[in-house]
Design a binder for this molecule. Structure first.
Ligand code: ATP
Length: 454
């Protein structure tokens, strides 16, 4: 982790549970490995992340359209895509501690004995040869397991896009270069788990397949590398915690001619947030062959026909959330008291404004409720009247609420309130009638992480 950064994974896990962002799934039964449930503030944050992705793909462009395809596809899909044969991790078993490890993650894995060592590190470790293990979850369609057909929970959302390519050529009035974007759940039976929501067995992806004339593929790859880096920094991630890392030739997936990962400096070190691949025409060619359908673009004016090449930015929603939380986490001191604060970009903060009566009497709760009802028409707002005002501020700081409105005795006389800023801690007095517009104005302002310094 960068010098001076106070954040650790343990602090994030504990804040997420304490403040209702993320809970271990099935916790009353002891939890289920690498599955997590999102609580109220987690849902709000996740919705904001998704909405910002959609906004950048759909609203701010005119060459991308949306899709929401099924999680269970025809099983031939995964034969054609190469997942059935090749979506595997090499696994080794230890005959001594009886645990199973990813061969390429031995250096980061811990063996089951105490004190724990890396598998293979001691003479007692007795590792088997590596065997390939497919990461796809398998289930059956049909009432009787034996007679039904085997299907798979999708390990990526991308294939649903390729299966619909033909439909989109017909209805969307788009021609290459154009893209199809999708957000949805994907499933991988991951073996190396841990690290909270960084690696889950059920997770969400934001993927876009951008179909281009073959000669333009390289140029569009560059375009999407810079678009996507901009997206992460515009939403507040510190540029010195982000980097683009091109894959080495031996790392490239079977379908890819070039891939660069957007990496973030998590507390576990630099790790992938998003992969941006040039998939060539691999997927459309494979699905054309396996389905017997023509999956090509025909230019009606010139008669030209070709199989488009594909540029794919593929990001994880959960990893995005983890990066935003890690980047935002901060601790400081106010009037001798320690404060934990999430310095989230206001656009993605779960709650934009909290409305707090100073005391629970003298007409203050009534006026505060009136203000809250007005503000929630415009933005996600929260009303809180319980407990000391300092504690209520602390609670909002911990969930990253950028602004708090406080109603006090003066408010009842002149209909002004104080507006407190989470990061600068400044409080300005403002008339109630101007509040809504002021908050919307502030939301439109570019924002820079205070953790970057002046
Ligand atoms: P890794 O090397 O970390 O396993 P990957 O290269 O297999 O990831 P991709 O197939 O490129 O990942 O998927 C695109 C994105 O989906 C990743 O950048 C990541 O953000 C997200 N993702 C992939 N696997 C998981 C997972 N198990 N849990 C959470 N997010 C994931």
């Amino acid at each position: 982790m960068a010098e001076g950064d106070v954040v650790t994974m343990d602090k994030i896990v504990s804040l997420c549970k304490r403040r209702g962002f993320v809970f271990p799934s099935s916790e009353i039964y002891g939890g289920l490995g690498s599955s997590y449930d999102y609580g109220h503030y987690g849902v709000l944050l996740k919705n904001n992340v998704r909405n910002q992705w959609w906004r950048s793909m759909l609203q701010e462009r005119d060459d991308v359209v949306a899709l929401d395809s099924a999680i269970i596809q025809h099983p031939r899909t995964w034969e054609a895509s190469g997942h059935l044969a090749g979506f595997t991790d090499p696994l080794v078993d230890c005959r001594t501690c009886k645990l199973r490890f990813r061969e390429d993650h031995l250096a980061q894995s811990a063996c089951g004995r105490k004190p724990s060592k890396h598998p293979g590190e001691t003479p007692e470790c007795d590792l088997t040869e590596a065997r390939d293990f497919n990461l796809m979850f398998q289930t059956t369609i049909g009432p009787v397991q034996e007679e039904g057909s085997t299907v798979y929970l999708r390990p990526e959302t991308a294939q649903g896009i390729f299966l619909n390519f033909k439909n989109y050529l017909q209805f969307s009035r788009k021609k290459p270069p154009f893209g199809i974007a999708q957000i949805g759940k994907s499933f991988r039976n991951e073996i190396t788990t841990g690290n909270f929501i960084f690696r889950m067995r059920e997770f969400e992806q934001m993927e876009m397949e951008f179909f281009v004339p073959p000669a333009e593929a390289q140029q569009w790859h560059q375009h999407w590398l810079s678009e996507r880096m901009n997206w992460w920094t515009t939403l507040g991630l510190r540029p010195d915690h982000l980097r683009l890392r091109p894959h080495d030739a031996d790392e490239l997936s079977h379908y890819s001619s070039a891939t660069s990962d957007v990496e973030y400096l998590f507390p576990i070190g630099w790790s992938e947030l998003e992969g941006i691949a040039n998939r060539g025409n691999f997927d459309l060619t494979q699905h054309a062959e396996f389905s017997g359908q023509k999956l090509e673009y025909v230019d009606t004016a010139t008669g030209d026909r070709y199989i488009p090449h594909v540029i794919e930015p593929a990001a994880g929603v959960d990893r995005a959330m983890l990066a935003f939380l890690v980047d935002a986490y901060d601790e400081d001191e106010i009037e001798g008291e320690q404060r934990t604060v999430l310095r989230l970009h206001p656009t993605i903060a779960p709650v934009k404004v909290a409305v707090l009566p100073l005391v629970r009497k003298d007409g203050q709760p009534e006026l505060a409720t009136e203000i809250f009802r007005d503000l929630r028409e415009r933005v996600q707002a929260e009303y809180d009247e319980g407990g000391a005002i300092g504690r209520r501020y602390r609670r909002q700081d911990e969930i990253g609420t950028p602004w708090a409105v406080t109603v006090d005795h003066q408010s009842l006389e002149d209909r002004t309130v104080t507006l407190r800023d989470r990061d600068s801690l400044t409080q300005v007095r403002i008339h109630i009638d101007e509040l809504g517009e002021e908050i919307e104005n502030r939301l439109r302002h570019p924002w820079r992480s205070p953790k970057l310094g002046a």
